[in-house]
Write a protein that binds this ligand. Sequence first.
Ligand code: GLN
Length: 621
Amino acid sequence: MKYVLVTGGVVSGLGKGVTASSIGVLLKACGLRVTSIKIDPYLNTDAGTMSPFEHGEVFVLDDGGEVDLDLGNYERFLNIKLTRDNNITTGKIYQSVINRERKGDYLGKTVQVVPHITDAIQEWIERVAVIPVDGKEGPADVCVIELGGTIGDIESMPFIEALGQFSYRVGVGNFCLIHVSLVPVLNVVGEPKTKPTQHSVRGLRGLGLTPNILACRSTMALDENIKAKLSQFCHVPVENIITVHDVPNIWHIPLLLKDQKAHEAILKVLNLLSVAQEPVLKEWSSRAERCDKLQEPVNIAMVGKYTGHCDSYLSIIKALLHASVACSKKLVVDWVPACDLENVTDKENPEAYKAAWKKLKGADGILVPGGFGDRGVQGKILAAKYARENRVPYLGICLGMQTAVIEYARSILGLQDANSTEFDPKTRNPCVIFMPEGSKTHMGGTMRLGSRRTYFHALECVSAKLYGNQRHIDERHRHRYEVNPDMVAHLESAGLSFPGKDETGRRMEIVELPNHPYYVGVQFHPEFKSRPGKPSPLFLGISLPITKWALELDFFFHCRFCCLNLLLNSSATCYPNPYLRSFFVPLHIQNVKDYPIHLQKKSFILNLVTWTFLITNSKWN
Ligand code: GLN
């Protein structure tokens, strides 16, 4: 196993996570198998109890781990599935050491930061690095370890000490340290300044770690004399100084690293030059370029609580981006603070109220994300109502699903006080209730978490079709409340449908409004499994513009009919465009004859194109 450690210097927020993920992409493109570990030196056991305002979103893994959002970057960039142990925190390390101390494992010794905590860190890294995360057997070739925070932080000291010992333990040729630092360009002089990086490298050396490679964050590409200066003062070869300058979208970063031959520098340090191949990043470059060129916008209104801090909804934004790029649309996210849609805001701050409603009304699709607590819930209910009544595509995620159900119960069933017991514990019409297995005393790790199965009970619904008519799907969860099973029949009789349920059939996973272009609420979080080039089906649903949406959707379903036999076994692998792919997965055969003649013509042409494509595709030759 080879290790690449990524540290950060000067300031936080340099994009260390994206740089580290891009390094992983580059190594993977060289034919290596890559895993990753994120170290967060805070005391919390995990990110589950941390506010998205402060720390950005809590990312959820298949195994139910509530982790730092950087693990999301790794999963998306490397297309891997990590485990909760791939996120190390001070809290977890201390907890494991204290547990061992209580068991008497230290045989009467004084338990200390060095060696007990530092040993526990090293053991943890070695244990987790060998867990396969890419679906293949056996350990990966390289483990990218990202150390959170900035060099010099008090709380990262035990980790720095442990990693210093670790680099010595695994030996030269097995450990590569990449230091991500800032090279600011001062406006007055217009010249890149190397001093902050010099200082931070000095700090790193003082702590016993020597960087092999410098990744310099800057607004512009650094010229040779700046690199020479950095090389001289930081004792890093010039060819190992890489500029990570600002780019139009983050998919360019692996390409930027490749252009500067970062892979060669890393492979040389790791003695892997002879086994690695030239990196192939064709998919990345075409996606990055395509994304830059997109013109036709798709406006999505994000009606949330943490709209001032876009990292709070990072995975949702990424999922929307994956879907919009697949649909050849330029994603425009209109942030709508849920509270601003409420009547009280109209009285207190009419400008904000007007602006919020203007954004909502101008959107092609409305997305209500997950959330906790009652702030802004009324606004979310109003957004769901607006989408339902005006036939605007709506995707409600977790709380967004619950608010859609509350809205329906209030408006259609006439139950004015219908509510979730999360917001009104005494409501006479609890349409969303606390799940029986939840804990009311402990907040950390007690929700219904991680990958759970949803079974489709009706294959004629839009969500099942978007998922390619699979019988069941596995998506990640993070919630305490659920739709009240006792109210389901009442809601269904009023026209709401629940096509997706858990294995017991008592827990509602998906809600849909038939006869609406796209009105879907899901108890799970589809955003966590969306990948560039493999968007989440439900995000594809909302990223299509409302114009002609309903008709087009039907049209695509009909087109699948003629491709049935050909695509039966190959749709997932042979069709390059995931948007089209999701519509081409065959199962239901409907009657094209019922549709207007212009759509029948379109269907014919599309089928012709599909056949031509399939016949010319190398897999079919
Ligand atoms: N607060 C709601 C619940 O616990 C929704 C959670 C969420 O949106 N992730 O069920």
